[in-house]
Design a binder for this molecule. Sequence first.
Ligand SMILES: Cc1cc2nc3c(=O)[nH]c(=O)nc-3n(C[C@H](O)[C@H](O)[C@H](O)COP(=O)(O)OP(=O)(O)OC[C@H]3O[C@@H](n4cnc5c(N)ncnc54)[C@H](O)[C@@H]3O)c2cc1C
Length: 322
Amino acid sequence: MSVLVYTESEQGKFKKNAYEVASYASAVAQMMGTTVTAIAFNSTENESLGEYGVSKVINVKDDALATFNAGSYASSIAEAVKSTEAKVIILSSSTDTKYLAPLLSAKLSAGYAPNVVQAPDSTSPFTVKRTVFSNKGFAHTQIDTDIKIVGVSNNAFGAHENKTAISVDEIDATTDATTNDTKSLEIDKVVGKATIADADIVVSAGRGMKGPENWGMIEELADVLGAATACSKPVSDLGWRPHGEHVGQTGKPVASNLYIAIGISGAIQHLAGVSASKTKVVINNDPEAPFFKAADYGIVGDAFEVVPQLIEKLKAFKAQNG
Ligand SMILES: Cc1cc2nc3c(=O)[nH]c(=O)nc-3n(C[C@H](O)[C@H](O)[C@H](O)COP(=O)(O)OP(=O)(O)OC[C@H]3O[C@@H](n4cnc5c(N)ncnc54)[C@H](O)[C@@H]3O)c2cc1C
């Protein structure tokens, strides 16, 4: 019996959250007195998981699974659960795993707790702390099923080095996994930019920017900071920015270290998706904007004056400090 962790990758490379979930799995395994096995798909970086407490990787190599497919991945992970006799499955709380985990839960009759923010309170009974009501509260949830699935929030537990001897098994996907009846026909991917899920810093802007023609300074600020760009819902609904940038309750969740909100009022549905960010900086010309109540730092001012000055100062700082 071991703890099984699903480590997400893209084009062979592990995503940032892979090392976080591996660290989380390692903490759970220590509490349970067992080891961690990871399952990956077409990864080329398997050994790196040994730095985070994983002692074995099952790498499913199959071109048919080159891109994420919830049904196919669930079949392979369920197989790995059987072969390792794992009782606890750890995965991230990414957009992909929110499709994957319920399928896995149904296949294995396993209880599933998403949005978990810290190591289990206890492993017997198995109790975890998770955010609920769009990050407005916490719940301590007990999972009583024989097999348990834990979805760890991005950026909540962190990656912790714990060097461990590691072995890698390369296996083919099961027929069940490759004959799934849904497949991605085309993937449109933004290249060369930090993604909202992986970025340490997210620069986000709202309707206060007045129109899409004013996004140059938002992109420039993001470039200077090495940040991902995001936006409020109306901005993507209006077609000012792509839908992939919409963050909030009905968009992507953000759990960055720094979230800069420019010309965004701070409606409850927006805050629901970004409140897990560690430090929030708000730039708004209305001192009564609700976002200021949730902000760590606020600048009351016109974005069209503040943002260019911020860019200038950051460039000067970078030039001085390398
Ligand atoms: C079911 C449901 C789900 C929703 N889901 C989401 C969601 O996931 N994400 C989301 O974002 N919204 C969501 N919304 C919409 C949400 O309620 C708000 O309407 C939306 O977040 C407002 O977007 P905004 O702050 O960009 O625009 P506004 O509310 O129009 O705010 C613009 C802000 O810009 C400021 N401003 C104006 N000019 C300047 C300037 N020159 N300089 C600086 N500041 C300036 C204003 O003071 C104001 O605070 C949802 C709504 C519903 C009903």
